[in-house]
Write a protein that binds this ligand. Structure first.
Ligand SMILES: Cc1ncc(C[n+]2csc(CCOP(=O)(O)OP(=O)(O)O)c2C)c(N)n1
Ligand code: SF4
Length: 254
């Protein structure tokens, strides 16, 4: 009999994903599903989808899903988790959604220490609406609204969400990872697992920021976009654990 060495996780269905070729949203969906399955947590999970390219995330996960208005996912998750404290609740948000219109919601959910897990996709751009500048766009990065490259004097500096939220008392676990290569993808799965583990142990708010790519709006091949995330992305946004209440000595980036 053939031995199965690779299969789709239980939390993903067979619906073909709508993402562009080379987009990393699909990789992260899979990592969430794998992490929950490895923790044996597939029957009582509720996800909150964002506005942005991942707006249709509810089509791909087999768990219960809500779709929140732009930026409001952490608030919706707050209600869902408080009403269902024994469910595992995750929020999935892009950087336009979380760090722009939803900045108030994420800061307040974090400082309240809501017992939810936030998966934050930092691809440095508004993907769905055609590649406008996001709060996380790198200095010098060209977007449709910063055509000569982001100029901090004119457009402001990028917002570093992990650094900022880790100053708050509420969060239990804050980490930044990437999906630019296999090693980074594996580390991301472990960080996601840790976030869910913290939630199951009722330790409070967890957020995993994942450096991601949007080859379509970067105007790059998928491989070049991954290289950009590995080099310019990781330089501007150092990977690492920014807060972990289980560790006495916190590591601030690497
Ligand atoms: C209240 C409101 N304002 C603006 C929009 C338009 N809008 C839809 S998606 C989006 C940007 C999404 O970017 P991001 O969150 O980075 O996700 P990505 O598409 O890159 O995955 C914007 C501005 C909206 N749907 N609702
Ligand atoms: S526009 Fe960008 S973020 Fe959106 S699906 Fe395409 S590659 Fe992914």
């Amino acid at each position: 009999m053939d031995k199965i060495v690779f299969r789709k996780p239980k939390l993903l269905n067979d619906t073909p994903m709508h993402y562009c070729p080379g987009c990393t949203h699909g990789i992260v969906h899979r990592l969430i599903a794998e992490a929950l399955e490895e923790l044996g947590d597939t029957d009582n999970v509720i996800g909150i989808a964002p506005v942005g390219c991942a707006v249709f995330a509810y089509n791909y996960f087999t768990c219960d899903m809500f779709q929140a208005a732009h930026g409001r996912a952490p608030s919706v998750a707050t209600g869902v988790k408080r009403a269902n404290p024994n469910s595992t609740v995750f929020v999935y948000q892009g950087d336009g959604d979380l760090a722009s219109i939803g900045m108030a919601e994420i800061v307040h959910a974090a400082t309240r220490g809501e017992n939810i897990t936030v998966i934050f996709i930092n691809n440095g751009i508004y993907g769905m609406t055609g590649g406008q500048m996001a709060p996380t766009t790198l200095p010098g990065q060209k977007t449709t609204t910063s055509q000569s490259g982001r100029n901090p004097l004119e457009h402001g500096n990028p917002i570093k969400i992990c650094e900022m939220l880790s100053t708050l008392t509420g969060p239990a676990y804050i980490a930044r990872t990437s999906v630019h290569d296999v090693k980074a993808v594996r580390a991301t799965r472990e960080a996601i697992k840790k976030g869910f583990k913290m939630q199951r142990e009722k330790k409070g708010f967890s957020l995993i920021e994942i450096l991601s790519t949007c080859p379509t709006n970067f105007h790059m091949s998928p491989v070049a976009a991954l290289e950009y995330a590995k080099t310019a992305g990781c330089e501007a946004y150092p990977l690492g654990v920014y807060k972990d209440v289980e560790q006495s000595n916190e590591v601030k980036g690497k």
